[in-house]
Each structure stands twice: as structure tokens, then as C-alpha cells.
Design a protein around this ligand. Structure first.
Ligand SMILES: *Cc1c(COP(=O)(O)O)cnc(C)c1O
Length: 377
């Protein structure tokens, strides 16, 4: 592969930060670099929040769901169009997902459908334990109505902000600051990376304290190992956190570059039959991945035509997430919507979007896509 979808992009400061960790011998799951990394994300998000560095975004979601009281037989209501790591923890806890469609105007969870279903569920006394909407491809969900609904029905709201660190909602409110908690991911393909890692961000101090306890094997206070509940080995390594410190320095620059890449694609590929992911007024997406829809009726070309053509030239692109309600694993799970997400999956493509991609590389992608579209059927 010559041009990747989204590669790690170092600032140059990471090795220095890792060297500092080595110098103090904190080659451990805890240490000063982890404390500093948590503080750095907290100060970036700019609110009275608690941040717990964890080994992955999925681990963060697992802990958040447990904090929300999710257990065997409970329902968790969740965006169908998401990544596996944003849903599997529901299964870890023996709970059942109920899937929701996206709004065509934002490609984030349709809050009208959610409101209708909450009203029905409240009447029938079968409200979910938690709602988990996904900030898709770097775009914040519609936080205000979601928080209002969560409050109205007394349901926990956990935001999957794994793809949206650096994004903003209305009035500059940062993605990752809403609900009861949000989860972040620092996996290698995310906007910034610690090679692998995640974070729980919560306004509840008790949740953060409990998450730290559970993430370090649930050791009760005692000189020996004393346990009264099941825990996990989920803390972020201090070495990985050191990488994160170098990455936080360039987060805003990375967002700006990804947005620039999106805008360049959008203007170069503006033609009938191509629709780029919308950005509703007031929302500031990170444009983590440039996502667009290719209408085969209009263009005479399918998403797969484009993807396979790019692959022949060692250029990586990828279909949008396959909605969970049409995954074999979740066959038969309840779903509410009209299939907006199914349409996005059928015709949607993510183009190479890494912040380290050069203009010349992007021009090559644009030229090849344009040539294929001109060729038509
Ligand atoms: C990346 C991602 C996660 C989880 O991330 P990991 O750190 O890989 O566990 C969860 N949800 C979404 C939507 C993601 O894109």
C-alpha cells in the first residue's frame, strides 16, 4: 500500500516524552506521563471533567456501561452504524442492543426516532439502561436533544466520541464533554494515537474513581490482594501515555489538516451523484475520514468500482461501517429507522484522509477517481 486510509502521524515530541518516562523508569501501567496525559485531555476539553486513561476505547465503553449499571438482560440503545469496539462491550455485560438509524441531515443518530421509541418504552416500562450514540467520522451527535431526552427519561447517556476528539458541537462545546460519560480512542488510525489506548471522560467523580479501581483489577484497600468484585487490567501504559502527550500538542493542527483534506476532496469531486458527509450548522467535525456517497444510478459507477480501482494502485479506501443490525452477529436484534444507514453502507466510501498525506498524494487520488467517473459504465 502506498497511500493509506489513516496512518499514525507523529509530532516529533513523542520520543522525547517516552525518553522522559524511561529516564524515570516508569515503564509501568501508571506513572507521571499518564497523569500528565489525563490532565492534558482534561484541560483541552475545558470543563469540570474527570479523565481516566485506559488500554482502549472499547475498555472505556465497557467500564462506562458498567458504571451506568448495565447488566444481564438490560437493553442498551445504540447507533447501528458504528465500529465493533463501540458495541461489543454491551455483549460483555450480557445486555441486549437495540439499534437506531441515522438522520440523513447529520449522519448521526436520529433523535426524533429515539424520542418516539423512548416515549413508547416509558409507557411499557421497558426503558433502556443506557443510550450510546456514535460521533460518526468525527462529527458530534446532536447533544442538546440527546441530553434532554436522557434527563426526561432518567436514562444514562454515554457518548461514543472515539472518532471525534477535536470536534465541536454548538457554541464550541467540545465533543467528548457530554452526557454522563464519553469514551475516546487513541488507536493507531484515530486522529491522534498512543499506538493503542482510550479514555473515559465523565462529569461524575464517583464514576472516574470506580473506573480507576475496576481498571486495576479491583483491589480493595489492604496490604494483601483483597477482592470483592470482578475487575479488569484496563489501565493505559505510562509509555503509551507519553506518546499521547506528544500527540496532544498537535491535535488542533491535525483537525485543521483533516478538514483541509475533506474540503479539497469536496471541491475537486463536486459533481452530480457524489454526496459528501454533511456538517449541520454550528457543528465542527474533525473530518476524521472523508466519507462520501457514490450514486450508481447517476454516475454509472459503484462504490466498489472506485474502491477496487484505487486498490489496484495501492491506494487504501474503505466502505462506511456496516450497520450492526445487518451483521450476522446481531441478526434479529431490534432496529428502528428507515435504512438511512443501510444506504450509506451500500454506496458510501471513505477516502484516504491521513493528516500526513501530501497534496500530491491527494491529487493522485482525486485524479484517479475523476478519471474513473469520467469513464462511467
Ligand atoms: C475506534 C472506535 C472505538 C473503540 O476503539 P478501540 O480503542 O479500538 O477499542 C469505538 N467506537 C468507535 C465508533 C470507534 O471508531
Amino acid at each position: 500500500m502506498r497511500i493509506y486510509l489513516s496512518r499514525p502521524h507523529m509530532s516529533g515530541q513523542e520520543e522525547l516524552r517516552v525518553a522522559e518516562a524511561f529516564a524515570s523508569n516508569f515503564i509501568a501501567p501508571l506513572g507521571p506521563q499518564l497523569d500528565a496525559f489525563e490532565a492534558s485531555v482534561r484541560s483541552y476539553l475545558g470543563q469540570d471533567l474527570h479523565c481516566v486513561g485506559l488500554s482502549s476505547g472499547s475498555a472505556a465503553l465497557h467500564l462506562a456501561l458498567r458504571m451506568a449499571g448495565v447488566g444481564t438482560g438490560d437493553e442498551v440503545w445504540i447507533s447501528s452504524m458504528t465500529f465493533a469496539g463501540g458495541i461489543f462491550p454491551v455483549n460483555y455485560l450480557g445486555a441486549h442492543p437495540r439499534f437506531f438509524d441515522l438522520s440523513a441531515a447529520s449522519w448521526t443518530i436520529d433523535t426524533d426516532i429515539l424520542a418516539e421509541e423512548l416515549a413508547k418504552a416509558a409507557k411499557e416500562n421497558r426503558l433502556p439502561k443506557a443510550i450510546v450514540p456514535t460521533d460518526l467520522y468525527g462529527q458530534s451527535v446532536d447533544l442538546d436533544p440527546l441530553e434532554a431526552l436522557a434527563a426526561q427519561y432518567g436514562v444514562r447517556l454515554i457518548l461514543d466520541s472515539a472518532e471525534s476528539l477535536g470536534a465541536a458541537y454548538l457554541d464550541g462545546r467540545k465533543a467528548g464533554t457530554g452526557g454522563d460519560a464519553a469514551i475516546l480512542s487513541f488507536n493507531g488510525n484515530k486522529i491522534i494515537t498512543t499506538s493503542g489506548g482510550g479514555m473515559l471522560v465523565t462529569r461524575h467523580k464517583a464514576w472516574a474513581d470506580e473506573a480507576r479501581f475496576l481498571a486495576t483489577q479491583a483491589r480493595d484497600p489492604a496490604p494483601h490482594y483483597e477482592h470483592s468484585t470482578v475487575g479488569y487490567n484496563y489501565r493505559l501504559s505510562n509509555i503509551c501515555a507519553a506518546i499521547g502527550l506528544g500527540q496532544m500538542e498537535v491535535l488542533d493542527a491535525r483537525v485543521a489538516r483533516r478538514r483541509e483534506i475533506f474540503a479539497r476532496y469536496q471541491s475537486a469531486l463536486s459533481r452530480p451523484g457524489l454526496t459528501f458527509m454533511p456538517e449541520p450548522d454550528g457543528r465542527h467535525s474533525t473530518r476524521w475520514l472523508t466519507a462520501l456517497i457514490i450514486d450508481p444510478e447517476v454516475t454509472g459507477v459503484t462504490r466498489e468500482d472506485i474502491r477496487l480501482m484505487l486498490l489496484e494502485h495501492q491506494i487504501e479506501s474503505r466502505p462506511l461501517w456496516k450497520p450492526m443490525h445487518i451483521q450476522p452477529l446481531y441478526a434479529g436484534a431490534p432496529y428502528h429507522g428507515s435504512g438511512v444507514d443501510e444506504g450509506l453502507f451500500a454506496h458510501g466510501l471513505c477516502l484516504p484522509s491521513g493528516s500526513d498525506m501530501s497534496d500530491a498524494q491527494q491529487d493522485e487520488v482525486i485524479d484517479r477517481v475523476t478519471a474513473r467517473l469520467d469513464q462511467g459504465r
